[in-house]
Design a protein around this ligand. Structure first.
Ligand code: MV4
Length: 447
């Protein structure tokens, strides 16, 4: 096992990783920016090293400074958390060159799955369903039009290097497609340094269902069942739950088995999430693979009893996965609300400032993953998420009631948060029926 881990992240996930390290008996070192200098979680680490000013490009994204901190502190591994450098294959490679273990996949597995064209090709090869469309990158208009005629409009143009909805364009006819293809490629080149784009059939009404997987360095790969993350706005998830509501057990087995098959084929080690879209007949299509621990991992921890962060550290240290697929079962239902410091009634404007009122909920089935304490000042440099409320109960209906109860207990001020919107969702009959799609929240907000 590692003796000291550097945590190359901030906020709630840095604290989540500190806790996992403590429980494994590993020392941990946090890096922080000047904007986070007063963050209380830093005192829970064995050491904290300032790596630069507030802007992420000069701190949490600065590879030389992070590597220098790891070397100065004599760390034998780096945990990247999510965001920042978590899916940067170059960073994973620099870690390897410096003989520091990157807690996550190999740079090869990360690159192979991070390129969506290659990822789709691998999926198709092992029989995981994907949308019909171009087999590889598309570079000319005529070829794009031929493929669109074959699969039928609407189609979607996506960047091979994009992710989380960035660099996508929906085209409803040939005119739009011809007008978009070159522009999409130029935008992808500017945004990701990779101009490769591909097209596929666009599914209008869909649920976002994703499968949590774990692999080790001995060729083992398992899944921890699925999450439904359809409640989102502008690709920012607001509510996630596990398991997915109203999924037929046979479809669930097929979905989850195909995710594990892809992870195994990629020779993947660590935590991964395979994203799918599911249509109203419960057909599923693989979209992309996230090669990191995700924000919403706790709902899966609740229903399976597997500590995903802890297991990710153990497999990075070379241990075999401590579970076989048959050991993993779903028990109960979990819901996560991402509490953001935003004024959702005024276009989700950021609501930074000092948190004077902080009365978190508690009681049975309530877990709160947060780095916030009373008096905490929300920095403006980063993501607006200040807490994750994770609620667990025997059934989905009870989990919804319990989430509503916990949201009602939760008092935060004077900053604005998304709590009110999440309470509305818990009391929404379409949400309660478990029949919502990825456009539901945006439709609700327009009313
Ligand atoms: C799609 C799609 C419909 N058809 N692909 C958005 C995030 C990225 N992972 C893929 N995304 C989509 N890909 C096809 N062929 C619709 C989306 C999409 C979406 C997906 C998941 C969650 C929310 C979404 C919101 C808008 C569009």
């Amino acid at each position: 096992m590692f003796s000291r881990v550097l945590i190359a992240n901030r906020g709630e996930i840095a604290l989540r990783i500190i806790r996992a390290c403590r429980e494994l008996g590993i020392e941990c070192v946090c890096v922080y920016s000047k904007a986070d200098a007063d963050a209380p979680y830093l005192r829970l680490a064995d050491a904290a090293i300032c790596i630069g000013p507030g802007p992420a490009s000069e701190s949490y994204l600065n590879i030389p400074r992070i590597i220098a901190a790891a070397e100065v502190a004599n760390c034998d591994a780096i945990h990247p958390g999510y965001g920042f450098l978590a899916e940067n294959a170059h960073f994973a490679e620099v870690c390897r060159d410096c003989k520091i273990e990157f807690i996550g996949p190999s740079p090869e597995a990360m690159s192979a799955l991070g390129d969506k064209i290659n990822c789709k090709r691998m999926a198709k090869k092992v029989g995981v369903p994907v949308f019909g469309g171009s087999e590889g990158a598309i570079d000319d208009e005529q070829k794009a039009v031929e493929i669109a005629d074959k699969v039928g409009y609407p189609v979607i143009i996506k960047a091979a290097a994009g992710g989380g909805g960035r660099g996508m364009r929906v085209c409803h006819n040939e005119v739009a497609l011809r007008a978009s293809i070159r522009q999409a490629s130029q935008e992808a080149q500017a945004a990701f340094g990779n101009g490769a784009v591909f097209i596929e059939k666009f599914l209008e009404k869909a649920r976002h269902v994703e499968v949590q997987c774990l692999g080790d360095k001995h060729g083992n790969a398992i899944h921890l069942y699925e999450r439904d993350c359809s409640t989102q706005r502008r690709h920012q998830k607001l509510i996630e739950e596990a398991p997915g509501p109203n999924i037929d057990p046979k479809r669930r087995e097929a979905l989850c088995a195909s995710a594990a098959k892809l992870i195994k084929a990629a020779n993947y080690s660590g935590a991964a999430t395979v994203e799918f879209l599911m249509d109203d007949k419960q057909n599923f299509y693989m979209l992309e693979v996230n090669t990191r621990v995700q924000v919403e991992h706790p709902v899966t921890e609740c229903i399976t009893g597997v500590d995903i962060v802890r297991t990710g550290i153990r497999v990075a240290a070379g241990e075999e996965l401590p579970y076989r697929q048959k050991d993993i079962a779903i028990r109960g239902h979990a819901i996560e609300c991402r509490i953001n410091a935003e004024d959702w009634e005024r276009g989700f404007a950021p609501s930074a400032g000092k948190i004077d009122v902080w009365e978190p909920p508690g009681g049975p089935g309530v877990r709160l993953d947060t780095h916030v304490v009373p008096g905490y000042r929300v920095p403006t440099n980063y993501d607006s998420m200040i807490a994750k409320l994770i609620v667990y109960a025997d059934t989905r209906a009870e989990a919804i009631r319990r989430t509503d109860r916990a949201l009602k207990e939760f008092r935060v001020g004077p900053i604005k948060t998304t709590i009110g919107l999440q309470r509305e969702m818990m009391n929404n009959s379409a949400f309660q029926k478990g029949g919502i799609d990825i456009h539901f929240l945006e439709r609700l907000l327009k009313r």
